[in-house]
Design a protein around this ligand. Structure first.
Ligand code: ZN
Length: 361
């Protein structure tokens, strides 16, 4: 990170195309409309209302809600809050991938038992590993950063699975653990919809169309992607998140929200809950963020190389803008939380590549 000029407000780099006009800030810090929806303060009143509505819709059924669970930090803590604080009767749908570490699978199973939550395990797309390896190979050939995002497309297949189970069980609410600070205001796969309500029907319509156009551009430069076109289309447009137009219309009878869009996302609280639940950090992890996916090491390495920053830099920059962490602490943590060599080697091995395929400079 030494060769990189960082924003004086956050830890995001000043990208070369912005350097000539910058007064020391990154382009995101200079455009508050890009991140206003990310740093919105918590809304406890709205959260209470959503929880009460969930309870009402669940009365007369065996369960109040279905929750999506990756086994990672945020979704694990969310389940704890829903069960112990809000007293909701939850069914958890755990999306397992070929890149989910065994420690995470073990934690999920033991925590579900501890919290007395009904656990349903689902797998991502059957060709997940093959598709990820294929995208990685294309990335190494073309160095187009969005190919690394496409490698994660099969994961999106968990989104409809969650709703299939909700419908089967007659559950009328789905709750997810999305955390606004993770949103990247400027990445290869991000769609800039800077609106007050990011997930309104209108915003998502715009988002879905923007993704289609972006997709056409990528296909033009890497036509071999046609091989998995239906998978990419489903993942990037239909199933991209639970608010997509398709997901809304297909599962219109089911209400949905993201817990941390309203609840305060407090890292200390999260760490304390994880400790209480006995959640284990997988071997080789340098940070508990995205500990649930080994492929993240490939993503971060490729990003750093191609677009000049890591996801961690983007996350900490959002947290700084929201006043959740200081710039000094972020810098210290970035130093400590670099891409883990062990995890990178494991991810590459799972994709059938030698350990040094992504050697960074
Ligand atoms: Zn900045």
């Amino acid at each position: 990170m030494t060769d990189q000029q960082l924003c004086k407000k956050c830890v995001f780099p000043i990208l070369p195309e912005y350097a000539s006009t910058s007064k020391g800030n990154c382009h995101v810090c200079d455009s508050p409309e890009m991140y206003a929806h990310i740093i919105k303060p918590p809304d406890n009143e709205k959260l209470t209302q959503l929880i009460e509505e969930t309870r009402k819709r669940g009365s007369g059924s065996e369960y109040d809600c279905v929750v999506g669970w990756s086994g990672g930090r945020d979704s694990t803590c969310m389940i704890y809050e829903l069960v112990t604080v809000h007293k909701l009767r939850c069914v958890a749908v755990f999306g397992k991938t070929p890149f989910t570490p065994q420690e995470i699978i073990d934690s999920v199973r033991s925590i579900a038992k501890k919290l007395n939550v009904k656990l349903i395990e689902v797998d991502t797309h059957k060709n997940h590993q093959k598709i990820a390896a294929f995208c990685l190979k294309e990335y190494l050939r073309t160095k187009i950063p969005i190919l690394i995002n496409l490698a994660c497309a099969p994961c999106k297949y968990v989104n409809p699975s969650i709703y299939v189970h909700a419908r089967r069980l007659g559950v009328k609410t789905v709750i997810s653990g999305g955390n606004r600070f993770e949103y990247l205001p400027s990445g290869p796969a991000s769609i800039d919809v800077s609106s007050e309500n990011r997930y309104s029907f209108a915003s998502m319509l715009k988002d879905n169309f923007a993704r289609l156009f972006k997709g056409v551009g990528v296909l033009a430069s890497s036509p071999v992607l046609f091989r998995y076109l239906p998978t990419f289309f489903n993942a990037a447009v239909l199933y991209v998140n639970q608010y997509s137009i398709y997901m809304r219309l297909r599962y219109s009878g089911i209400s949905r929200f993201d817990y941390y869009h309203y609840a305060d996302w407090d890292e200390n609280r999260i760490n304390q809950v994880l400790k209480e639940l006995g959640w284990k950090l997988p071997a080789g992890c340098t940070s508990n963020w995205r500990a649930d996916c080994v492929f993240d090491a490939i993503k971060n390495t490729a990003f750093k190389e191609q677009v000049g920053f890591t996801y961690n830099q983007a996350l900490y920059s959002n947290l700084i803008r929201a006043g959740k962490i200081s710039r000094e602490e972020s810098l210290l943590r970035l130093e400590k939380e670099g891409v883990s060599k062990e995890r990178l080697a494991e991810a590459l091995r799972l994709c059938g590549f030698p350990e040094d395929s992504l050697n960074s400079k």
